[in-house]
Design a protein around this ligand. Structure first.
Ligand code: C6P
Length: 412
């Protein structure tokens, strides 16, 4: 693999203590990175350091620990802004993850702007996180939800339909950057430009893209971008939503409470500007600190390098699986992100995952929170192997052997 020549991937792998273990007596092969990534020592150390030295509530105290915690917390906001090339830290709202980021936009921006007859445009590839909040909003406002169709097993958007779908009643177009179920990489910059020409607001679900490829929200040209920290080497429970400042400042708060106010009376409250008006209550302080360490770690490797590595591994895995009999593969043949999704003839995806686990290989099987997509493709579930930069070609070879053993076990 070409990128392997430039970077010492093996030594990076040693940064992840969890990977050095046996599962069911076999060396762990962790291929469930699209669900959550593992954490390097640098992130674990940042969390331990924070709790051992600086733990305090933020924005409240004038004491030393509170000042340190606040500086670290706000420093992490600046780091996130740099990670996705936002114009300023004020454009970054800390959330629990992608799900909460999308809910925030649907609830705050959506409730303010949508009316009966308006349309919310999504794609048939979406994760439930980018479906359910919009369906709930449609129910509340009388708007309708429409979808850019998917062509079939290759999981590509049928963009021939886009002109007829991007019409005047569409108020927001919310799309996944990388499909967690198919590995499709959507041409989000092009989609956002076409929407923007018509004055349509756009949101990009960056759950699977942010830590896997270079992301520049200004180059993408979207209005909102949501990401999850736990999928990019950061802690669970922390994520970020980026929004254009002119949109954020005109949006009503999503939740009320402490920290998001300028002044409160018994009848009336004045709110802070974005981002603080969207962060009610004591925030997760350690989460942003861990996320900061994760982003430093990823950028020291280079997301361009990570992207090439993951893509090469995914294409290698895809080609090796495609050489097997009685297998159905999902997602694009070329240009795919770092995962493969498949079904073995007459074997349930859960059985594949259970037997792979016995061999030490961690996969995911199920509908991947994309039930409508699965129904469209006429399946209930798939088995999925999803990669990150600490995975190796040798692990893929072992995984393919395990898939063959499972086929033999079931007489296939
Ligand atoms: N996908 C997977 O195994 P949260 O849970 O908020 O961190 O991320 C939600 C989410 C949103 N969009 C996409 C494209 C995603 O892949 C995910 C999470 C995991 O594929 C859990 S279902």
């Amino acid at each position: 693999m070409s990128v392997s020549n430039k970077i010492d991937w093996a030594s990076l792998r040693a940064d992840f203590p969890i990977l050095d273990q046996q599962v069911h007596g076999k060396p762990l092969i962790y291929f469930d990175n699209a669900a959550t990534s593992q954490k390097p020592r640098a992130v674990i150390d940042a969390l331990v350091h924070y709790y051992e030295h600086d733990n305090a509530n933020v924005h409240r105290g004038i004491h030393e620990l509170s000042n340190r915690a606040t500086t670290a917390f706000e420093g992490a906001r600046t780091r996130v802004a740099k990670f996705i090339n936002a114009g300023s830290a004020d454009e970054i709202i800390f959330t629990r993850g992608t799900t909460e980021g999308i809910n925030l936009v649907a609830s705050s921006w959506g409730t303010k702007h949508l009316q009966p007859g308006d349309v919310i445009l999504l794609t048939e590839l979406e994760h439930h996180s980018n479906l359910v909040p919009w369906q709930m909003l449609a129910q509340r406002t009388g708007a309708k939800v429409a979808y850019v169709p998917v062509t079939g097993d290759e999981g590509l958007l049928d963009l021939t339909k886009l002109d007829s779908l991007l019409t005047k009643p569409v108020k927001i177009f919310s799309m996944v950057h990388i499909s967690n179920a198919m590995g499709t990489v959507n041409p989000v910059a092009d989609l956002c430009a076409r929407a923007r020409n018509l004055g349509i607001v756009t949101l990009v679900d960056g759950a699977q893209s942010a830590g896997h490829m270079p992301v520049d929200v200004q180059a993408i040209g979207c209005d909102f971008f949501a990401l999850s920290g736990h999928k990019i080497c950061g802690p669970t429970g922390i994520g970020a939503l980026w929004g254009r400042p002119e949109l954020l400042d005109a949006m009503p708060p999503y939740q009320g409470g402490g920290e998001m106010i300028l002044s409160v009376g018994y009848q009336h409250t004045e709110f802070k500007r974005a981002p603080h008006r969207f962060e009610a209550g004591t925030p997760d302080v350690s989460g942003p600190i861990g996320l900061h360490a994760a982003m430093d770690y990823l950028d020291a490797i280079g997301r361009e390098n990570i992207w090439k590595h993951d893509q090469e591994l995914a294409h290698y895995a895809y080609d090796r699986l495609a050489a097997l009999k009685n297998i159905r593969l999902f997602g694009p043949k070329t240009g795919r992100a770092g995962l493969v999704s498949f079904l073995l003839k007459d074997v349930h995806a859960h059985d594949v995952v259970t037997l792979a686990d016995q061999a030490g290989v961690a996969l995911r099987g199920g509908h991947h929170c994309t039930q409508p997509l699965m129904h469209k493709l006429g399946v209930e579930s798939t088995a999925r192997a999803s990669f990150y930069f600490y995975n190796t070609q040798a692990e893929v070879d072992r995984f393919v052997e395990v898939v063959k053993e499972i086929q033999n076990f079931f007489g296939g």
